[in-house]
Design a protein around this ligand. Structure first.
Ligand code: 6CS
Length: 337
């Protein structure tokens, strides 16, 4: 599972392959954090199909494991070695602290249609975050949800006390550390490549991810209990290198926007029923895997922790974070009321 990457060498080789300017390149490189058959890979494949169907450009896809960890591909996209990158806010916290807002527990709608409509219409995402990403040389193309996040652990988790003493892997995101601290666990930030091995060797005893990812990465082999507490949906973001994007003609920018929109709707449709199907596959592969969906009553203490995490988010991000948080809440209210 654990792979040894040499991202600097890979980046060097890619830079050598680059043509004189990214804007003239007819092959565009797009890296993401998952396998080609996972949600980010299905999105990227659709995006590629759309670009190639409607232009002479070719899109070369780099799934997880080909160019390094999430932090490596982001670095390569900022440097213009990659034209496109999918990095989840779970890894963007150090660069854009406001992107951690998605880790305030219970902040997003839980009902699928409302959630999808939120991503389509949110001003926080489609305007405010666009500006923040632009400040870091990134053109934010879209954000989309990848499914309700579930915890996988060795023992059942029915209340925060059950997480006492559990070393729980989180993405490298300071606010997620706060969240799991507030949930009662001992949070351990790790890049993705170290998670399976760390569970296997008992360095950690829990982690969280959406059901499709628990299935495709075989997390069920190294944990025994899945818990749905409804606290978050996995959010991801697709970006282009901003210099590359700004250097394109208006027609080419429109081509990218159209491909983004088509792939966005496609990936929402693709995910209908995916979580249940993935859980069924897990239970087929491991019949004694326990799957618990917490009741409203059981969720209450986890929900209560959200207040503390929200206060921490504001402390970490100041006025810009507070403004984004307020806007995001207004955007959620607009699709749920
Ligand atoms: O937990 C993670 O690190 C990974 N989870 C998902 C669903 N996608 C990519 C990310 O690296």
């Amino acid at each position: 599972m654990k792979k040894k990457f040499t991202p600097k060498l890979v980046a060097g080789a890619l830079a050598g392959m680059m043509m004189t300017g990214a804007a003239q390149a007819d092959t565009w490189r797009y890296a993401f954090e998952e396998a080609i058959t996972d949600v980010q890979g299905v999105y990227a494949t659709k995006f590629k199909e759309e670009i190639e169907k409607n232009s002479d450009h070719e899109v070369q896809l780099f799934p997880y494991g080909t160019l390094g960890e999430s932090a490596d591909i982001m670095e390569q996209a900022q440097a213009g070695i990659l034209q496109f990158v999918d990095q989840s806010p779970g890894f963007t916290g150090a660069l854009i602290p406001e992107a951690q807002v998605f880790f305030v527990p219970y902040i997003l709608p839980t009902e699928t249609e409302a959630l999808n409509e939120f991503f389509r219409t949110s001003k926080a995402i489609n305007e405010d975050f666009k500006d923040l990403y632009a400040q870091h040389g990134l053109e934010l193309l879209t954000m989309f949800p990848e499914g309700e996040v579930a915890m996988t652990t060795q023992e059942p988790v029915k209340k925060p006390e059950d997480l006492d003493g559990v070393k729980f892997r989180v993405m490298t995101n300071p606010l997620l550390v706060e969240t799991y601290q507030a949930f009662g666990a001992t949070p351990t930030p790790l890049p993705w490549g170290e998670v399976y091995g760390a569970l296997q060797t008992n360095i950690i005893q829990g982690q969280e991810n959406p059901a499709f990812f628990l299935e495709s990465t075989k997390m069920y082999e190294v944990t025994d209990v899945i818990t749905f507490a409804g606290h978050s949906n996995f959010v991801t973001a697709v970006m282009a290198n901003k210099d590359f994007y700004d250097g394109l003609s208006a027609d080419e920018q429109q081509l990218i926007q159209n491909a983004t929109d088509v792939a966005f709707e496609y990936i929402l449709e693709y995910q209908k029923g995916l979580s249940d199907e993935s859980i069924a596959k897990i239970q087929d592969a491991k019949p004694d895997m326990v799957v618990n969906v917490l009741t409203e009553e059981e969720r209450a203490p986890f929900k209560a922790a959200a207040e503390k995490v929200e206060a921490k988010f504001i402390e970490m991000t100041g006025d810009t974070g507070k403004a984004i948080l307020d806007q995001l809440k207004a955007d959620v209210a607009a699709v749920t009321e």
